[in-house]
Design a protein around this ligand. Sequence first.
Ligand SMILES: [Zn+2]
Length: 285
Amino acid sequence: MKIPARLAVALLGAFGLAAPAVSQQLTNAQREAAVEFTLNNTWHVMLHEIGHLFVDQFQLPVLGKEEDAVDALATLIILEEDGLNAQTILADTIDGWLYAERERPTRGYTNSDFYGEHSLDIQRSFSLACLMVGSDFDAYTRHATRVGLPIDRQISCADDFELASRSWKQVLAPHKRVDAYGAKVEVEYLHHDREYEDIVHILKQSRILERAADWVTKTHVIVEPVLITAEHCGEVNAFFIPSDQHIMLCYEWAGHFYDMFVETIMPEREHFANMARLKREKMAR
Ligand SMILES: [Zn+2]
């Protein structure tokens, strides 16, 4: 989300802010899966905010909704640079938006869902799946099918991918780093409430902010210095603040995705894994 200074509008503001479930009793494997899910969703949102940064610093043309455009950029970067991990990172991000949408029936739609800067969570999820399958049908059709994209749309997603990929490559080409580095990107993990200690630890240990900063400076020549912070901000959100050249990741954002995984996604994934195992055993008899 891109916001004017000090005018924070909630990206996911309708979500409740319960204490994170990090402290719940989990097996090591469950905890690792929850951390991976959290970091995968966080990586996509960091690249999304970097997209806003590029639009602002490079004065890029954006022909359509900026929020959709930077979502696409985040997805394209992951598809291009994360190799075999891209599949898991993007599948987790798809689930992040899908499960966010599932919480909607309890609060219903309001006009702001339609006039807001962002597309609906379910649309963001479909758009991501569309770019994935558009980039490589054979590799990603099962993900697109899983979220319910029909085959004819999966096929036409190749055009969506080509257009998004060509457009971003074209506007970013003059700003790619060839030799000299541009302005610096600093990283800080700021003060936090004790309830987010574990989330802070997860983020620090992963060095995800440092990775985002390195990625920007190694790949592009930015004009103005940038500060990337993780901090407690009282809402589930992430921002780019153009007046301060500041990308802000809220601890609440990471905590929310951790909770979402532990409380909803993990039980479902475990259930389906068990069903699949039982089916295999039955077939083998
Ligand atoms: Zn945004």
